[in-house]
Design a protein around this ligand. Structure first.
Ligand code: PMP
Length: 418
């Protein structure tokens, strides 16, 4: 019987009758409603960084619900978990003294970052600096500004006019970024949005030296560098925030997903003291950021985040993203040699993509989806992404799980080959 649930990014005509219902999770594994176990090699949607089913989260969330189940942060209201979380994130932040704006999801903090970038310049006497530059294949969520800054054209199609004042440059070219700043005019460009490793756009690794040079160009022209670390943070690249793997100074850093391991929706935007300065003058009468949502800094989400940070620290999970990058690349060596495969992208952080060859994709554009299904039949969950499949396993995965991946993908490729 048809269920009214409307799934994101789904062909609902095809979904009905074919739903894949996950009912239970523990560690690196989840179970479906038929009781079958799978290695969750995508950590759900890039976020179950410590895996599933940690009792510390249940305890922290339950305790918070019993003490204060909700309260907002508008105006001068605060709650204790939000205050503690802001202090903790700021003390870990790549830019000392960063301010912390809380929200519910990655898209929320992306759109917040666009507004703060523009508002910053309004309040520093450069109101004409409004233009935002994104990158081809970049993904920054599905809110209004995030859709416009994203560089996957199909995601912006069919929704009428996008917000104005956005353009895109090739994701791997610093000269293209500089040329675009000069074309628009440095006095008109507010910010450049950049994922350290492009995630949803296909797991595209930055060329050597790219991030350092891009930050340098932004600095030179007074353009804010916004590191979108919604995927990259909390160990995925082996550091707290992802961008701090490089010796660069971002002006803002977006985080979500791994902040609570996905257990409760929460996101945090780190804003450098310089960018935040107009709003923190130290006396009443400062400009007010007229922005923020009902659930900003929800105490239950913040309690989950504090328990999550404890897990990362106690279990040493943050550095594992780096320790596991070579083992993951090694586990995909068999896939890399397969005749249907054009390229395996791995080796920087605990995420990877297997891209199918142009011939395979030309013969069947639906091949990535089919491959995902075949890998699932082998007991491993991966994601179809454009030209292939992607994975980003929990940071608690070990040899046993990487062996599963190493066996499942070549087996599925051979079945795809027929
Ligand atoms: N930015 C990046 C880099 C992301 O990967 C995502 C989600 N995949 C978002 C923003 C949007 O986050 P959310 O889906 O929580 O709104």
């Amino acid at each position: 019987m048809e269920n009214p649930l409307w799934h994101p990014f789904a062909d609902m005509g095809a979904v009905d009758g074919d739903r894949f219902v996950i009912t239970r999770g523990s560690g690196s594994y989840v179970w479906d409603d038929a009781g079958r176990r799978y290695f969750d090699a995508t950590a759900s949607l890039w976020y179950a960084n410590f895996g599933h089913g940690r009792p510390e989260i249940t305890q922290a969330v339950t305790a918070q619900l019993e003490k204060l189940d909700s309260y907002n942060l508008f105006g001068y209201y605060a709650n204790e978990p939000a205050l503690e979380l802001a202090s903790r994130l700021s003390s870990l932040a790549p830019v000392p003294g960063s301010k912390v704006f809380l929200a519910s999801g990655g898209g929320d903090v992306v759109d917040t970052a666009v507004k703060i970038a523009r508002a910053h310049f309004v309040h520093t006497g450069q109101p004409e600096k409004t233009h935002i530059i994104g990158r081809t294949q970049g993904y920054h969520g599905t809110h209004g500004f995030g859709t416009a800054v994203g560089g996957i054209p199909v995601n912006a199609e069919g929704f009428g006019p996008m917000p104005s004042g956005f353009s895109h440059v090739a994701y791997d070219s610093v000269p293209a970024l500089e040329a675009e700043i000069l074309r628009v005019g440095a006095d008109r460009v507010a910010a450049f949005f950049c994922e350290p490793v492009i995630g949803a756009g296909g797991v595209l690794l930055p060329p050597e030296g790219y991030l350092e040079a891009a930050v340098e160009v932004c600095r030179r022209y007074g353009v804010l560098f916004v590191a979108d670390c919604v995927i990259a943070a909390f160990g995925r690249l082996g550091t707290w925030f992802g961008i701090d793997r490089w010796a660069v100074r971002p002006d803002m850093v977006t985080t979500a997903k791994g902040l609570t391991g996905g257990t409760i929706p929460l996101a945090a935007l780190l804003v450098s003291p310089e960018v935040a300065a107009p709003f923190f003058t130290g006396s009443a009468g400062a400009p007010v950021l007229r922005h923020g949502a009902t659930y900003a800094g929800h105490p239950v989400g913040c309690a989950a985040a504090l328990a999550t940070l404890d897990i990362y620290e106690k279990d040493g999970l943050i550095s594992r993203g780096r320790e596991l990058e070579k083992p993951l690349a090694d586990a995909l060596a068999g896939a890399a040699d397969h005749p249907l495969v054009a390229e395996v992208r791995a080796g920087l952080g605990f995420l990877a993509a297997v891209e199918l060859s142009a011939e395979v994709l030309a013969a069947d554009p639906g091949a990535p989806g089919k491959l995902q299904r075949l890998v699932r039949d082998e007991g491993v969950l991966v994601r179809p992404l454009g030209k292939g499949i992607a994975m980003s396993p929990p940071l608690v995965a070990g040899d046993e799980e990487l062996d599963l991946l190493a066996a499942a993908i070549p087996a599925a490729l051979s079945r795809l080959q027929g």
